[in-house]
Design a protein around this ligand. Sequence first.
Ligand SMILES: NC(=O)C1=CN([C@@H]2O[C@H](COP(=O)(O)OP(=O)(O)OC[C@H]3O[C@@H](n4cnc5c(N)ncnc54)[C@H](O)[C@@H]3O)[C@@H](O)[C@H]2O)C=CC1
Ligand SMILES: O=C(O)C(=O)CO
Length: 325
Amino acid sequence: MKVFITREIPAIGIEILKKAGIEIEQWEEKRPLTQNELIDFCMQSDALLSAGYNNIDAYFLNKCNHLKVVSLHSVGFDNVDVAEATKLKIPVGHTPGVLNSATADIAFLLMIAVSRKAFYCYEKIKKGAWKFFEPTADLGIELEGKTVGIFGLGNIGFEMAKRCKGAYDMKVIYHNRTKNPKAEKELNAEWVSFDHLLERSDVISLHSNLSEETRGKFDRNAFQKMKRSCIFINTARGAIHNEEDLIEALEKRIIWGAGLDVTNPEPMDKNNPLLTMPSVAVLPHIGSATVEARNGMARIAAQNVIAGLNGEKLPFPVNPEIYRA
Ligand SMILES: NC(=O)C1=CN([C@@H]2O[C@H](COP(=O)(O)OP(=O)(O)OC[C@H]3O[C@@H](n4cnc5c(N)ncnc54)[C@H](O)[C@@H]3O)[C@@H](O)[C@H]2O)C=CC1
Ligand SMILES: O=C(O)C(=O)CO
């Protein structure tokens, strides 16, 4: 049995696969594979371990419908046509849980960085523009006792809410498809409608999946409903907000600031106007970039491959319905 891996992953994942006697072929180049290259490699393999947001669409899946498993080295699965995989009975695996703390830390870091214009002030020093102490310059806003609105209160959203509550005694409100009893009990979190989330939050932090329902949901209309002092944080997926509308909202001071770990497209162009705005902080999609999280992801991704190749239920399937009936 052979697995094709689309980018270097932590050694623990390779060790687990080797121990299970699985042959490994890995993409060695730094550039991302084209879809045709991906198809060519997968034609020679029984499983795919996708570690670089490859486009796993209906075309790919139908070409490679012999695959016994598509294992993602990520929790997000918006790069996969899951409905088509399910139709073709190809199990898709992902890596939930192990990256909750790492990703919530980045959301929390961005929130504080934006509230105090930290990235902008750092750039100021590097440019030699720090001349003297100015009592009215670079003023931020404080977070203590403010309201954080979580959009998508699942695993990572819960960890972000916990940090906000614990560090700043923030009031937690959230908008999610379903209510989250654990967050309501432990964090006194309150479910609110989408409009109330926009209107009441001092900080809005996105933690939902990217889907056709959430694509572009944070647009001009949404920004206009937010407080003028609102800080907008996105560590979920860049396509959940409309970038043009976000730039406009910041330029016209409709909202106060924004912190992004994810952009659309990625990488962000170095001349993007967001990169020079005082109350904006941008990071290059490093939410899960800790040793602990990445090792956990590699381990789970390898375990999903092994289960798929053995014809067993994946430990962490995205489409568990293929095992029913
Ligand atoms: N920046 C980074 O490096 C990382 C980004 N992510 C992103 O974070 C997302 C969330 O990850 P988890 O918390 O593990 O997933 P999760 O499945 O535990 O939580 C997602 C939550 O969003 C909710 N949701 C989905 N669509 C919604 C809608 N239309 N309206 C309201 N709520 C909705 C779901 O009900 C669920 O509670 C991933 O899908 C991924 O895109 C994940 C890890 C790292
Ligand atoms: O897991 C994900 O979905 C990421 O974005 C990176 O870990």
